[in-house]
Design a protein around this ligand. Structure first.
Ligand code: SF4
Length: 237
Protein backbone atom coordinates (compact mmCIF):
# COMPACT_ATOMS: atom_id res chain seq x y z
CA UNK A 1 0.00 0.00 0.00
CA UNK A 2 1.34 3.46 -0.90
CA UNK A 3 2.38 5.62 2.06
CA UNK A 4 0.13 8.59 2.82
CA UNK A 5 1.41 11.91 1.49
CA UNK A 6 2.02 14.54 4.15
CA UNK A 7 2.05 18.34 4.25
CA UNK A 8 4.33 20.39 6.49
CA UNK A 9 3.88 24.00 7.55
CA UNK A 10 5.66 26.18 10.08
CA UNK A 11 3.24 27.54 12.67
CA UNK A 12 4.09 30.87 14.29
CA UNK A 13 1.82 31.25 17.28
CA UNK A 14 1.34 33.64 20.14
CA UNK A 15 -0.31 31.77 22.99
CA UNK A 16 -0.67 33.74 26.21
CA UNK A 17 2.71 35.34 26.78
CA UNK A 18 4.54 32.85 24.65
CA UNK A 19 5.67 32.93 21.05
CA UNK A 20 6.11 29.50 19.56
CA UNK A 21 7.50 28.56 16.15
CA UNK A 22 6.74 24.94 15.38
CA UNK A 23 6.82 22.87 12.18
CA UNK A 24 3.74 20.68 11.96
CA UNK A 25 3.32 17.70 9.61
CA UNK A 26 -0.09 16.19 8.86
CA UNK A 27 -1.61 13.85 6.26
CA UNK A 28 -2.48 15.70 3.04
CA UNK A 29 -5.50 13.52 2.26
CA UNK A 30 -8.86 13.51 4.09
CA UNK A 31 -8.51 11.59 7.38
CA UNK A 32 -10.47 11.31 10.66
CA UNK A 33 -9.43 13.86 13.31
CA UNK A 34 -7.75 11.12 15.38
CA UNK A 35 -5.03 10.95 12.71
CA UNK A 36 -3.81 14.47 13.44
CA UNK A 37 -3.67 14.01 17.22
CA UNK A 38 0.08 13.12 17.04
CA UNK A 39 0.72 16.47 15.31
CA UNK A 40 -1.24 18.25 18.06
CA UNK A 41 0.80 16.38 20.68
CA UNK A 42 3.95 17.82 19.08
CA UNK A 43 2.45 21.32 19.11
CA UNK A 44 1.49 21.07 22.79
CA UNK A 45 4.98 19.73 23.59
CA UNK A 46 6.48 22.82 21.91
CA UNK A 47 4.22 25.17 23.91
CA UNK A 48 5.04 23.35 27.16
CA UNK A 49 8.75 23.49 26.39
CA UNK A 50 8.52 27.27 25.90
CA UNK A 51 6.49 27.67 29.12
CA UNK A 52 8.85 25.64 31.30
CA UNK A 53 12.06 27.24 29.99
CA UNK A 54 14.21 28.46 32.88
CA UNK A 55 11.96 26.90 35.54
CA UNK A 56 12.86 24.13 37.92
CA UNK A 57 10.22 21.46 37.35
CA UNK A 58 9.64 19.01 40.19
CA UNK A 59 7.65 16.42 38.19
CA UNK A 60 9.60 13.16 37.91
CA UNK A 61 9.08 9.69 36.48
CA UNK A 62 7.58 7.59 39.27
CA UNK A 63 5.50 10.42 40.73
CA UNK A 64 1.90 9.85 39.68
CA UNK A 65 0.17 12.12 42.19
CA UNK A 66 -1.47 14.22 39.47
CA UNK A 67 -2.64 11.05 37.70
CA UNK A 68 -5.49 10.86 40.21
CA UNK A 69 -7.04 14.05 38.95
CA UNK A 70 -9.95 14.18 36.55
CA UNK A 71 -8.40 14.25 33.07
CA UNK A 72 -10.77 15.80 30.51
CA UNK A 73 -10.33 14.22 27.09
CA UNK A 74 -11.70 15.40 23.75
CA UNK A 75 -13.47 13.09 21.31
CA UNK A 76 -10.55 13.16 18.86
CA UNK A 77 -8.10 12.16 21.59
CA UNK A 78 -10.51 9.47 22.80
CA UNK A 79 -10.56 7.97 19.30
CA UNK A 80 -6.77 8.09 19.15
CA UNK A 81 -6.47 6.38 22.56
CA UNK A 82 -8.80 3.59 21.43
CA UNK A 83 -6.47 3.01 18.46
CA UNK A 84 -3.48 2.94 20.83
CA UNK A 85 -5.16 0.35 23.05
CA UNK A 86 -6.22 -1.70 20.02
CA UNK A 87 -2.57 -1.94 18.95
CA UNK A 88 -1.45 -3.29 22.37
CA UNK A 89 -0.80 -6.99 23.05
CA UNK A 90 -3.83 -8.93 24.31
CA UNK A 91 -2.62 -9.14 27.90
CA UNK A 92 -2.16 -5.37 28.17
CA UNK A 93 -5.61 -4.84 26.67
CA UNK A 94 -7.17 -7.21 29.21
CA UNK A 95 -5.36 -5.53 32.11
CA UNK A 96 -6.55 -2.13 30.95
CA UNK A 97 -10.11 -3.35 30.42
CA UNK A 98 -10.17 -4.57 34.04
CA UNK A 99 -8.78 -1.26 35.32
CA UNK A 100 -11.28 0.78 33.33
CA UNK A 101 -14.14 -1.43 34.56
CA UNK A 102 -13.01 -0.94 38.18
CA UNK A 103 -12.71 2.83 37.66
CA UNK A 104 -16.21 2.97 36.17
CA UNK A 105 -17.58 1.12 39.20
CA UNK A 106 -15.88 3.52 41.63
CA UNK A 107 -17.05 6.60 39.74
CA UNK A 108 -20.58 5.22 39.48
CA UNK A 109 -20.72 4.34 43.19
CA UNK A 110 -19.64 7.89 44.04
CA UNK A 111 -22.44 9.30 41.88
CA UNK A 112 -19.97 11.03 39.59
CA UNK A 113 -20.86 9.33 36.33
CA UNK A 114 -22.94 12.24 35.15
CA UNK A 115 -21.73 15.83 34.93
CA UNK A 116 -25.18 17.36 35.33
CA UNK A 117 -25.88 19.54 38.37
CA UNK A 118 -22.24 20.28 39.19
CA UNK A 119 -19.75 22.84 38.03
CA UNK A 120 -16.63 21.40 36.41
CA UNK A 121 -14.66 22.59 39.42
CA UNK A 122 -16.92 20.76 41.91
CA UNK A 123 -16.81 17.61 39.81
CA UNK A 124 -13.03 17.85 39.63
CA UNK A 125 -12.68 18.21 43.43
CA UNK A 126 -15.07 15.30 44.12
CA UNK A 127 -13.23 13.15 41.59
CA UNK A 128 -9.80 13.88 43.11
CA UNK A 129 -11.18 12.99 46.55
CA UNK A 130 -11.77 9.43 45.26
CA UNK A 131 -8.00 8.89 44.96
CA UNK A 132 -8.68 6.90 41.80
CA UNK A 133 -5.52 6.18 39.79
CA UNK A 134 -5.71 6.64 36.02
CA UNK A 135 -6.05 3.21 34.38
CA UNK A 136 -2.89 3.98 32.37
CA UNK A 137 -0.82 4.55 35.52
CA UNK A 138 1.67 1.72 36.20
CA UNK A 139 4.14 1.82 39.10
CA UNK A 140 3.30 5.52 39.42
CA UNK A 141 4.41 6.19 35.83
CA UNK A 142 2.38 6.78 32.69
CA UNK A 143 2.32 3.60 30.58
CA UNK A 144 1.34 5.59 27.47
CA UNK A 145 3.74 8.48 27.98
CA UNK A 146 4.21 9.20 24.24
CA UNK A 147 0.46 9.04 23.66
CA UNK A 148 -0.77 10.66 26.86
CA UNK A 149 -3.60 13.21 26.48
CA UNK A 150 -2.75 16.79 25.64
CA UNK A 151 -3.86 18.09 29.02
CA UNK A 152 -1.53 15.67 30.85
CA UNK A 153 1.38 17.31 28.98
CA UNK A 154 0.29 20.76 30.14
CA UNK A 155 0.40 19.99 33.87
CA UNK A 156 3.80 20.63 35.48
CA UNK A 157 4.66 22.00 38.88
CA UNK A 158 7.60 23.75 40.47
CA UNK A 159 6.49 23.08 44.07
CA UNK A 160 7.64 19.99 46.03
CA UNK A 161 6.08 16.85 44.56
CA UNK A 162 4.74 15.77 47.96
CA UNK A 163 2.24 18.66 47.95
CA UNK A 164 0.50 17.27 44.85
CA UNK A 165 -1.06 14.42 46.86
CA UNK A 166 -2.65 16.78 49.40
CA UNK A 167 -6.46 16.69 49.37
CA UNK A 168 -6.74 20.38 48.55
CA UNK A 169 -3.54 20.69 46.54
CA UNK A 170 -2.48 23.45 48.93
CA UNK A 171 0.87 25.00 48.10
CA UNK A 172 1.01 23.42 44.64
CA UNK A 173 2.50 25.80 42.07
CA UNK A 174 1.66 24.77 38.53
CA UNK A 175 3.63 26.23 35.64
CA UNK A 176 1.45 28.68 33.69
CA UNK A 177 1.10 26.68 30.49
CA UNK A 178 -1.47 28.05 28.01
CA UNK A 179 -4.18 25.39 27.71
CA UNK A 180 -3.82 24.62 24.02
CA UNK A 181 -5.57 21.28 24.70
CA UNK A 182 -8.89 23.11 25.09
CA UNK A 183 -8.99 23.75 21.34
CA UNK A 184 -9.13 19.98 20.73
CA UNK A 185 -12.53 19.84 22.40
CA UNK A 186 -14.18 21.76 19.57
CA UNK A 187 -12.29 20.09 16.75
CA UNK A 188 -15.09 17.78 15.64
CA UNK A 189 -18.02 19.19 17.55
CA UNK A 190 -19.07 22.81 17.51
CA UNK A 191 -19.14 22.75 21.31
CA UNK A 192 -16.93 22.20 24.34
CA UNK A 193 -17.02 18.39 24.33
CA UNK A 194 -15.07 16.23 26.76
CA UNK A 195 -15.31 13.21 29.03
CA UNK A 196 -13.15 12.00 31.94
CA UNK A 197 -10.30 9.78 30.73
CA UNK A 198 -11.23 7.08 33.27
CA UNK A 199 -14.59 6.81 31.44
CA UNK A 200 -12.95 6.10 28.08
CA UNK A 201 -14.59 2.68 27.73
CA UNK A 202 -18.00 4.00 28.76
CA UNK A 203 -17.66 6.74 26.16
CA UNK A 204 -16.44 4.18 23.59
CA UNK A 205 -19.71 2.26 23.95
CA UNK A 206 -21.85 5.26 23.10
CA UNK A 207 -19.55 7.44 20.97
CA UNK A 208 -20.54 8.71 17.55
CA UNK A 209 -19.32 6.14 15.02
CA UNK A 210 -19.34 8.30 11.93
CA UNK A 211 -16.04 10.14 11.78
CA UNK A 212 -15.89 13.22 9.57
CA UNK A 213 -12.85 13.26 7.31
CA UNK A 214 -10.93 16.38 6.45
CA UNK A 215 -7.45 16.96 5.07
CA UNK A 216 -4.75 17.39 7.70
CA UNK A 217 -4.28 21.12 6.88
CA UNK A 218 -8.06 21.66 7.21
CA UNK A 219 -8.05 20.02 10.66
CA UNK A 220 -5.11 22.21 11.72
CA UNK A 221 -6.90 25.34 10.52
CA UNK A 222 -9.99 24.37 12.54
CA UNK A 223 -7.80 23.75 15.57
CA UNK A 224 -6.07 27.12 15.23
CA UNK A 225 -9.38 28.93 14.78
CA UNK A 226 -10.52 27.49 18.11
CA UNK A 227 -7.24 28.20 19.86
CA UNK A 228 -7.50 31.92 20.57
CA UNK A 229 -10.95 31.67 22.14
CA UNK A 230 -10.06 28.44 23.96
CA UNK A 231 -6.97 29.84 25.64
CA UNK A 232 -9.07 32.76 26.87
CA UNK A 233 -11.45 30.44 28.78
CA UNK A 234 -11.33 29.46 32.44
CA UNK A 235 -8.85 26.79 33.42
CA UNK A 236 -10.23 23.28 32.83
CA UNK A 237 -10.92 20.91 35.69
S1 SF4 B 1 -2.68 9.31 30.81
FE1 SF4 B 1 -0.73 9.04 31.80
S2 SF4 B 1 -0.09 11.11 32.44
FE2 SF4 B 1 -2.31 11.19 31.98
S3 SF4 B 1 -3.31 10.82 33.96
FE3 SF4 B 1 -3.11 8.83 32.93
S4 SF4 B 1 -1.19 7.96 33.70
FE4 SF4 B 1 -1.18 10.16 34.16
Amino acid sequence: MAALAHSTATLRLTVGELRVVHPITVPSAPVPAAEIVPALQGLVNAVVEAAEAGKSISCRKGCGACCRQLVPVSRSEGERLLQVIEAMPGESRRTLAARFAAAEKTIDAAGLKMREGRSDRELSAAYFALGLACPFLEEESCSIHRERPLICREYLVTSPAVLCSGPKQEGVTPVAVPKVSLAARGLQEEKDEWFPLAMLMVWARTRPRKATKRTGPEWVQRFLRGLSSATGRDAPP
